[in-house]
Write a protein that binds this ligand. Structure first.
Ligand SMILES: [Zn+2]
Length: 232
């Protein structure tokens, strides 16, 4: 990583998309931050015209700065659609200066708009990761989530209504069959109780455990007999 003297108001740091340039001091609006520099490429030179990398800065139809050199600290500045700096191009001097267009606070990432051509070729296909675009995407996702939730609730409400309707029908139909169904229950419940009482107390002897079971038995037959009476 190239060194930056401590007198400079920025440092290279980790950003969302890799590395970025961050303010270490307050940078006032309008202040020159850094120069974007590198060898000048002449479009009339066939060899120059073949050079292609992500750091080419086109000054005009003829001249382009090849900013891929690591000494060009400005190449670490990331693109933003709502930036806090701009690239100030002096076509005659073939110089590019990055200048603050807002007051930048310490710790804030410095960025400028790379322009429509760069955006279309490099950023649009992968999705721009700048704060503005991320917020826009997050808002869209939240809206889509809300819409899905709305549809889900609507479907649930409809299903609940249908279930209620079906339940009402079922209760009417089940009204007649109800008495025969409930008659079976006391017997099985009593059996379960008897088992629970028998096995639930392991400290008791085998002999004492048989007692509750034998006590339950007559009760069962008693209930069975009343049921028999009801049925007849
Ligand atoms: Zn963006």
């Amino acid at each position: 990583m190239p060194e930056i003297s401590s007198s400079k108001p920025y440092r290279i740091g980790r950003s969302k998309t890799g590395l970025g340039l961050f303010a270490t001091q307050k940078i006032k609006k309008g202040t020159k931050i850094i120069r974007y520099f590198g060898p000048l490429l002449d479009s009339k030179n066939k060899k120059h015209d073949d050079i292609d990398n992500k750091y080419l800065f086109e000054i005009n139809n003829r001249w382009t700065i090849d900013g891929s050199t690591r000494k060009n600290i400005a190449r670490y500045i990331n693109h933003a659609c709502r930036p806090n700096a701009e690239s100030d191009v002096n076509s005659r001097k073939r110089k590019v200066i990055i200048r603050a267009i807002k007051t930048i606070e310490p710790g804030e990432e410095i960025n400028y708009d790379y322009g429509t051509d760069y955006f279309k070729i490099f950023l649009k296909p992968i999705g721009c990761k700048c704060d503005h675009c991320e917020k826009k995407r997050a808002k869209k996702r939240a809206e889509e989530r809300a819409e899905r939730l709305k549809l889900k609730l609507k479907a649930e409400k409809k299903a609940a209504k249908q279930a209620e309707k079906a339940a009402r029908k079922a209760t009417k139909a089940a009204g007649k069959a109800k008495s025969s169904k409930t008659a079976k229950k006391p017997l099985s419940a009593a059996r379960a109780n008897a088992h629970a009482r028998g096995t639930g107390k392991p400290t008791k002897t085998k002999a004492s455990r048989t007692k509750p079971l034998s006590r339950v038995q007559p009760r069962n037959t008693a209930k069975a007999s009343t049921r028999a009476k009801r049925a007849s």
